[in-house]
Design a protein around this ligand. Sequence first.
Ligand code: HC1
Length: 574
Amino acid sequence: LITIHIDDIEYKVEPGQTIMQAADKLGYKIPRLCYHPKLSIEGACRVCIVQVEGARNFSASCATPVRDGMKIYTNTPEVRRARRDIVELILDNHPQDCHTCERDGICELQRLSSSVGIQKRHFEGERKEYNEDYSSISVVRNPNKCILCGRCVRMCSEIQEVTNLGLANRGFKTVVMPAFDMPMSESVCAACGQCVNICPTAAFLENNSCQDVFDLLGDKSKVKTVNVAPSVRASIGEAFGLEPGRDMEGQIFAALRKLGFDYVFDTNFAADLTIMEEASELVHRIKNGGTLPMLTSCSSGWMKFVEQFYPELLEHLSTCKSPMSMAGAVIKSYFAESLGVKQDDIVNVGIMPCTAKKFEASRPELDVDGIKSTDEVLTTRELAWMIKSAGINFVDMEPEKPDNPLSVYSGAGVIFGATGGVMEAAIRTAHYMITGEELGEVNVEAVRGMKGIKKGSVMIGDMEVRVAAAHGLGNAEKLLKEAKEHPDRYHFIEIMACPGGCIGGGGQPYPLTNSIPLDEECLAKRASALYSSDDTNEIRVSHENPDIKKLYEEYLGEPLGEISHKYLHTHYKP
Ligand code: HC1
């Protein structure tokens, strides 16, 4: 250990860490903007400056290592003044439209300005005047709100390895953009929305669908249905000030009814349906020498990524649609027919933790007979805003049950929302399909947890099925390279585009307090809410879901059958 002093108090700390890391552990939260623990150090914003005795200038605490005997001052009048000046300079070039900005009240820059003591704007700096880019159905880019912290650029290249965003030009003209200033819709953006999650301001936002959905809800000529993705229940409470991981399933259904939806369904049901098809496909490929490893196909950002960067792997993808698109397909066929309603007269909205689901909903490959399965997608954040805007007291609502028949779900269906969950759910059912017996221990621990790439094997009868799961597209890239070099190493691979899986989706609530976006503890709490729901569910495996059995008996026939293919499977764009 080495000795340092912070604000004249002596501490023993581990060497090899930065001042900021040491200070964090000792309970000093030095203000910061461009820093994020999962990203490389940029040192661009200088907001985290401290005084170090003997140093000529202020030191950026994120980039300065601790040294034995170091005397650090985090809060002197000089440091406070300099920090305030730095933030004022950022504000001088920033639009003064907080009251109409979508991030009003949930903006890191706004919070920071207040915490460094800025009470009025002294100067009018030059304003940026760029066009906003609304070309992508998923993500809006607004360079006028950008403060050049570079977090989105590092997220896109270091965590997602898509490298769509870069810093172009110099000085005041510096701007974050896709290569050659291409519209987002034509760029290699995977639509994952992690730039939205990580942005401290409103330089990246989801392409907002709230008004469209309010309009749709006002259309008396339509039957309005909605289905809610697994992970939304574990995170939406955060937008109302609750702890991450508080399961708000029943309150979501109640709020959706109050908003005006006629039928509220649980996407978890369709996750069970996906497993029936996907496990059958895996078993079919294993038994008949089909293309292996089979890759999962429910994460929309991952689908766009693999189509763009790994077209040679398309035959490895499961042909199963995602649960969202399967839900839409059965709502507009089986359910509409049971109501006696024409397909054109029923609309369906997906409540998803994800910006890429907006892109998925727009894909013609997922239409059935030219009819869209999902008419609109709202992110968790957008739904939270609509609930607040409609004046619904969400937190204190009496929980309600969803409508049947498309809502009963097994524990396997709900864990889809966490990395490794799709794999685990599929293994449970594939085991039954191959051996005729249930897995002794249904929890597949090898594919649980926040490790970037997880590997394991499961004995199914006398066959060892080798599996792997990756979350975050950078980890996906590493796993795919390994799988390409060793084509026989794995039978089945799950990929989720976002860190943590859908619980870390690009449409999840922003942190309300001083915690950081994509905080690991927050992701772990969201995941644990889903695993608790699985643990306490009387049905743990998709193939035991009684309403799934009924759906096959009454409508679909059998997994991988002709009707199932029509509604539940798709193809990909090379
Ligand atoms: Fe997901 Fe999925 S789990 S992709 O992460 O397979 O978005 O939650 O809805 O479709 O079920 C997202 C979540 C979600 C689908 C399911």
